[in-house]
Ligand binder design. Structure first.
Ligand code: FAD
Ligand code: UDP
Length: 394
């Protein structure tokens, strides 16, 4: 990388995912400051990166399926500056013992599973009786939380095996809040998300990042690892780091636990393999957690191929060389994370952000929302009153 870029930059952003791209765009557009964005990958977009599959022509989500949804109007309005959204509403299904059920668990799932027509009141009463083993005690872990929400039979069918495959951890060892991500409904509403704003970006996710970063004051350099240039940073250059926090400190306080996903892609000799975008597999003896069929994320597009692309997802613990996907966040992890936070507080000019930098499972809208918030509370005040050599008016 041309080291002059570092000298000219007023801020360095490490990571061209949603957190880094949002901050870069805001700092360049609103403050007129010169931003250098680097990413060690050879593409922008972070884990939301998508590209066209050369065989089938469908848009592949390289790091796993991404579905945009948010209750946050500010984030929605902001993102609409860079993309339109389709009317896609996500629906998911789960296969259990060779039968297909709608997810998240709703009246259709409950009636089908118990083989009878139930009213919402009857369904509530049935689930309450099946959840009564907790005896009113507050759930202490994922298993207890799930049983409190759906009762033991539905838990054992749709949650226990899937969660064990996804986390390779006994559900009794996992935090209760993981399962709170999955709504349970006593209506026949079968949309996966409750959020008011939903859809897929009309031209794909990568196009959003191209537009966000297409500003004269933003330079983006790909294939550049921060740790290869860290020693050459100009004194006082502010750094936004969105990589893993434990890596930043060279793992001196220990490694944080992450899960990663291996996606086995396969082109199938049929235009439609499963009739839907995501099919979960609840049985523990099926080795993958789910199958994604990418073309179904874009039903509005013409699909001319007689083939379709699918991905089988296998979940496992991440080692250092793997892509960290989901923070496991055990109590031990939380203690380790706090030690890293103490260290970060002593690093002048360092701002840790995003999913990896804050060791938090953030959805896209949360990563964007956190960056918009950091812009207002940290970066706008930081640059206020400092001469702006790169400002259009300077
Ligand atoms: P990232 O996108 O991870 O970007 C961080 C960037 O930093 C990466 O590009 C990385 O290469 C770069 N980097 C790291 N270290 C260095 C270094 N040393 N030097 C240079 N660059 C570095 N969210 C949703 O809203 N809906 C979904 O359906 C959804 N599905 C998901 C499915 C999967 C499998 C995964 C893993 C995530 C999913 N998410 C989803 C979450 C979404 O991916 C995140 O919210 C989003 O990626 C967060 O953006 P970020 O900028 O914090 O991190
Ligand atoms: N889950 C489950 N069965 C399913 C889908 C999800 O038990 O068919 C559980 C699983 O523990 C998962 C959690 O619900 O981690 C949250 O689901 P979500 O779809 O948000 O999965 P993630 O984003 O973690 O892949």
């Amino acid at each position: 990388m041309d080291m002059n870029l570092l000298t000219k930059a007023e801020i360095l952003i490490v990571g061209a995912g949603f957190y880094g791209a949002t901050l870069a765009e805001r700092i360049a557009t609103r403050l007129g400051r010169r931003v250098l964005v680097i990413d060690r990958r050879r593409h922008i977009g972070g884990n939301a990166y998508t590209e066209q599959d050369p065989v089938t022509g469908v848009e592949v989500h390289r790091y796993g399926p991404h579905l945009f949804h948010t209750p946050n109007e500010e984030v929605w309005t902001y993102l609409n500056n860079f993309t339109g959204f389709t009317s896609y509403r996500h629906r998911a299904f789960s296969t259990f013992c060779d039968k297909v059920y709608p997810l998240p668990i709703n009246m259709a799932t409950i009636c089908q599973f118990f083989g009878r027509r139930l009213s919402p009141d009857e369904a509530r009463a049935l689930i309450a009786s099946q959840a009564s083993e907790l005896g009113g005690r507050a759930p202490a872990n994922l298993e207890e939380k799930a049983i409190s929400l759906v009762g033991r039979p539905l838990y054992e069918a749709f949650i226990r095996g899937y969660t064990a495959k996804q986390w390779q951890t006994d559900p009794r060892e996992l935090p209760a809040q993981i399962i709170a991500r999955l709504p349970v409904r006593y209506t026949f509403e079968d949309g996966y998300f409750n959020d008011r704003f939903q859809g897929q970006p009309v031209d794909g996710y990568t196009a959003i990042f191209e537009r966000m970063l297409a500003h004269d004051l933003i330079e983006t350099r790909l294939g550049v690892d921060f740790f290869d240039i860290k020693a050459s940073l100009p004194e006082g250059l502010p750094v936004v780091y969105t990589g893993p926090i434990d890596r930043y400190f060279d793992y001196c306080e220990g490694e944080l636990g992450w899960r990663t996903i291996d996606i086995d892609l396969e082109v199938m000799n049929t235009p439609d393999h499963q009739g839907t975008a995501i099919m979960n597999y609840a049985d523990e003896d099926v080795p993958y957690t789910r199958i994604v069929e990418f073309r179904h994320f874009n039903p509005e597009r013409q699909h001319n191929s007689d083939k379709t692309l699918i991905g089988r997802e296998f979940s496992r613990f991440a080692r250092r060389a793997d892509e960290p996907y989901y923070p496991i966040d055990t109590r031990g992890d939380q203690a380790t994370y706090r030690r890293y936070l103490d260290r970060a507080a002593n690093e002048r000019g360092l701002h840790l952000g995003g999913r990896l930098g804050t060791y938090r499972y953030l959805d896209m809208h949360q990563a964007i929302g956190a960056a918009l918030n950091a812009f207002e509370t940290v970066f706008a005040p930081h640059f206020a009153g400092r001469p702006a050599p790169s400002s259009p008016s300077a």
